[in-house]
Design a protein around this ligand. Structure first.
Ligand code: NAP
Length: 333
């Protein structure tokens, strides 16, 4: 297993490892958005092989100092794998925050490709009632954060009073209730969620959104969420691998490669450090598929970026519509 990064960054301006989390979307099921899964995952993507891979990543992340783990009902068996890991490591589990999501149902039946639909979205009371029971059965008392999965401005999660009552009841049990967002209108979804109240009190208290050097449009809304006291978690910080060294090879990413070279960093770590440099970003997820990727991703914790570095990266930003069109065209396998 690769050597984990140094436990504490030397530069006090660098983000600490506690600012990073591990997502399990890439390892809980055989099929996911991919740029290189054929080489990253075991040749046979059996349940046993992906369970072992998930547990390796959780072990390595925890040993390195990561204290936030993210999963979802729709990530195949990811909640099950995380739940098993937590059950066998009670001391580690005691100081972790575990987040999951409901609202997508996994439909790929452990197939990597060739399935018409990998997951079906429905933000209804009926799906919440079913999935919260399933999540509780797998994560038990370790469910700290529960997010409506991939909210867009048209989601009933923003307007359904019956669903809001259910979510308020869960919040009253001590679970931090929130949403994740996807698509070019993330900022509108976040602002609509900020305005949702139940009995005069704000309902949502957490958001997980996409922000990376290519897609920065949600930034101002995420700053508002952070200012409102929400937990702000950033996903897809390396644009699903588009900003990792082996993929960031075109002229559009020259500035990223050059800056990485100057700082002695990997491109993936630089992308994640750029996320961590945002004052509103409480946590930055690594979506590593291998322990080596995780080790490389977590070197972001040693990278203190100056405003001039961030200015070098600013021109990488794409119009949100273009970014999400490209993302939608990435293969699942
Ligand atoms: N709607 C939502 O709520 C939502 C959506 C997406 C993600 N998430 C959460 O956010 C987490 C992170 O998102 P993500 O995994 O989609 O995006 P990401 O972190 O931007 O990308 C991760 C992918 O990049 C590639 N990669 C990572 N490090 C690399 C390296 N050093 N060298 C080469 N390739 C590298 C791997 O893909 P390949 O193996 O394919 O190359 C890996 O699976 C997920 O695990 C999940 O927990 C939530």
């Amino acid at each position: 297993m690769p050597t984990p990064p140094a436990a504490a960054p030397t530069d006090p301006a660098a983000p600490s490892l506690a600012r990073f989390g591990l997502g399990t979307a890439a390892v809980g099921r055989p099929g996911y958005i991919t740029l290189g899964r054929a080489v990253d995952l075991p040749a046979e993507r059996s349940v046993a092989a992906l369970r072992e891979r998930t547990h390796q990543l959780l072990d390595a992340a925890h040993a390195a100092g990561v204290r936030y783990f993210d999963t979802a009902r729709s990530y195949g068996r990811a909640e099950e794998f995380v739940g098993e890991w937590l059950a066998t490591r009670p001391e580690a589990a005691a100081d972790l925050t575990v987040g999951s999501k409901w609202g997508y149902t996994y439909t790929a039946d452990w197939q990597a490709s060739g399935v018409p639909v990998h997951e079906v979205k429905e933000h209804s009371v009926a799906v919440f009632d079913r999935q919260i029971k399933e999540t509780r059965a797998l994560l038990g008392r370790h469910l700290d954060v529960y997010l409506v999965h991939s909210v867009t401005p048209d989601s009933p999660a923003l307007t359904d009073p019956a669903l809001h009552e259910r979510l308020a009841a869960l919040a009253a049990e001590g679970v931090r209730v929130g949403l994740s967002t996807s698509g070019p209108a993330q900022a509108a979804a976040i602002r609509a969620a900020l305005a949702v109240t139940v009995a005069g009190r704000p309902l949502f208290a957490a958001v997980q959104a996409t922000w990376n050097p290519l897609e920065t449009s949600a930034g101002p809304a995420l700053a508002e969420a952070h200012a409102a006291g929400w937990l702000v978690v950033v996903k897809e910080g390396m644009a699903n691998g588009r900003l990792a060294d082996r993929n960031a090879t075109g002229p559009d990413t020259t500035a990223l490669r050059n800056l990485a070279g100057r700082l002695g960093a990997s491109c993936d770590a630089l992308a994640l450090a750029a996320v961590a440099a945002q004052p509103w970003a409480d946590l930055v997820l690594s979506g590593a598929a291998t322990p080596a990727q995780l080790a490389s991703n977590l070197t972001a914790a040693g990278l203190a970026l100056a405003p001039a570095d961030l200015a070098v990266l600013a021109p990488l930003a794409e119009p949100a519509e273009a970014y999400w069109r490209t993302r939608a065209a990435l293969p699942w396998a």
